[in-house]
Write a new protein. Structure first.
Length: 158
């Protein structure tokens, strides 16, 4: 492993056996660093990634790299005919049904946590208008959040 003048590792190997580098305090792949240097930024925005045009992930030549969104990258590497869950429904697949139930439960628990603040303000004796002003939402939204919080609290409890 190689160290810089401060004693920090500049090249490391991870579990993928690909070499990683340090650039402006961030650990990243060599090809990500190439784009950062080219664009003059510390690191790539989270919504962008680097694609190897020829499909050879070991070819980190800048002419072989393209910067794109995750959606565009997924379209290249997972054409519609290869989507793993294509055609599965909650009626036809137990695994898919269980996955979707977990997703729904996680979503509902997240909403319950968000609505908890609204419920606490109501318990403090504030009126809907006062809660709406504090949270920057309409009175209708406050009312809907309180109803939904009660429903989710009955379902999942504390």
């Amino acid at each position: 492993m190689k160290r810089d003048n401060k004693g920090q590792f500049t090249i490391t190997t991870g579990s993928t056996k690909r070499k990683a580098v340090q650039y402006h305090g961030y650990r990243m792949s060599r090809y990500n660093r190439e784009f950062c240097v080219l664009l003059g930024i510390d690191r790539l925005p989270k919504e962008l990634m680097v694609h190897h045009i020829d499909g050879n992930t070991l070819n980190d030549n800048i002419d072989n790299l393209a910067l794109m969104t995750y959606t565009a990258h997924n379209r290249i590497h997972a054409p519609e005919r290869q989507i793993w869950n294509k055609g599965l429904t909650t009626e036809t697949s137990d695994k898919w049904r269980a996955t979707m139930e977990k997703v729904q439960e996680r979503r509902e628990r997240t909403f319950m946590k968000r609505f908890e603040k609204t419920q606490k303000l109501k318990e403090q004796g504030l009126k809907l208008r006062e809660i709406a002003d504090r949270l920057g939402i309409s009175r209708r939204q406050v009312s809907e959040r309180l109803v939904r919080y009660r429903e989710l609290n009955e379902k999942y409890g504390n």
